[in-house]
Design a protein around this ligand. Structure first.
Ligand SMILES: NC(=O)c1ccc[n+]([C@@H]2O[C@H](COP(=O)([O-])OP(=O)(O)OC[C@H]3O[C@@H](n4cnc5c(N)ncnc54)[C@H](OP(=O)(O)O)[C@@H]3O)[C@@H](O)[C@H]2O)c1
Length: 317
């Protein structure tokens, strides 16, 4: 008899995605479906199609019977931390939207028979703190600050799946570059008007990743049997903020010489600014590189040109 999840089997696999409506989730669903796989989306409302599965993480409810036979769960849920000031109430929502959802997915996986081959749960490079200037691989210690504590609790919530013997990967994701959403999307209008520049002195290191590589990285983590525990999902060439601004300006053919002082951002956004746009996170994807993962966009300029459709020469192929 064939094993439940024979890695040599080329057949269609079923991936369960949470946060599938988000930036990473929607691109990942597209990639998996284009590769011939089936994607079941966990939705926080009534299911409208056969490939949607209702769950209510606040009340610990999920239509588990519809998940039978799934090959992998990729968990991306979490309330957006990158907007506005952080109040105590919002911080609670950031935390609970990650820990309660992760716990429910992990416990559901633990109760399944057969169990999926893998559980890939998002986390973030915020784990390493907001002032990490020396290079951090996956063995580096947790840093300080709210996001580091959040990531710690988020990763810990995946334990029920791991304890049940399911290969569990905590993907510490860097800043995903997309023209439609997130950090780059916010910068674009300012840079396009020629008002861009470095922020907060420009020395802080940004561990970025192209959206395409982020999505391929999640898929890789789901499939590769030798990956488990924390895995950094960032490009292998982080840059400082000044280099990021200069490169983005050059790709857009706009000057990028208007600096934004740290105090202005701290005044407007407080801790949110300190731990996101002003944060320094120097992170290397050691486990992915050791596993032979090939980045399509290892360098920032190529990643930006590809995302923004701005080629200095026609793209290869
Ligand atoms: N983008 C980045 O640069 C970046 C960097 C580091 C880490 N991450 C993390 O990676 C994950 C995916 O990132 P993303 O950029 O795709 O995020 P996103 O676009 O903000 O999408 C996250 C998804 O989570 C679900 N969600 C939102 N609020 C929720 C709540 N209160 N309770 C439960 N679910 C909620 C929503 O999906 P549904 O409505 O479909 O449930 C939403 O589309 C997130 O957990 C994020 O924190 C992202």
């Amino acid at each position: 008899m064939m094993a439940a999840h024979d890695p040599t089997e080329a057949a269609q696999r079923t991936f369960v995605l949470s946060g599938a409506s988000g930036l990473v989730g929607s691109a990942l669903a597209e990639l998996l479906e284009a590769s011939g796989h089936k994607v079941l989306r966990l939705v926080r409302r009534d299911a409208r199609t056969a490939t949607e599965v209702r769950w209510d993480p606040g009340h610990g409810e999920i239509e588990a019977e519809k998940l039978h036979g799934a090959f992998s769960f990729i968990h991306l849920s979490g309330e957006n931390v990158g907007e506005g000031r952080w109040t105590d109430e919002r911080k609670r929502a950031f935390l609970e939207s990650r820990t309660k959802t992760t716990d429910l997915v992990a416990r559901t996986i633990a109760s399944m028979d057969p169990k999926p081959a893998s559980f890939v749960s998002a986390s973030a490079v915020g784990y390493y703190g907001f002032d990490r200037n020396e290079l951090a691989d996956e063995s580096a210690k947790r840093g300080g600050g709210f996001l580091a504590e959040l990531c710690d609790a988020w990763e810990a919530a995946s334990a029920p799946a791991k304890d049940a013997g399911v290969r569990t990967v905590n993907v510490r994701l860097g800043v995903v570059l997309s023209k439609d959403s997130g950090a780059l999307a916010k910068m674009l209008p300012i840079f396009r008007m020629g008002g861009g520049g470095s922020v907060g002195g420009g020395r802080q290191i940004m561990s970025w990743i192209s959206l395409g590589d982020a999505v391929r990285g999640f898929h890789f983590a789901a499939e590769r049997e030798d990956l488990s525990g924390p895995v950094n999902l960032v490009a292998p060439n982080p840059v400082d903020n000044r280099t990021f601004a200069k490169t983005l300006g050059a790709v857009l053919h706009r000057p990028a010489i208007v600096p934004v002082p740290a105090f202005a951002l701290e005044l407007a956004f407080g801790q949110m600014a300190r731990e996101t746009v002003l944060a320094s996170q120097n992170v290397t994807p050691k486990k992915l590189l050791d596993a032979g993962f090939e980045f399509e966009h290892p360098h920032l300029e190529d990643a930006l040109r590809s995302e923004l459709g701005r080629w200095s020469r026609p793209p290869a192929g």
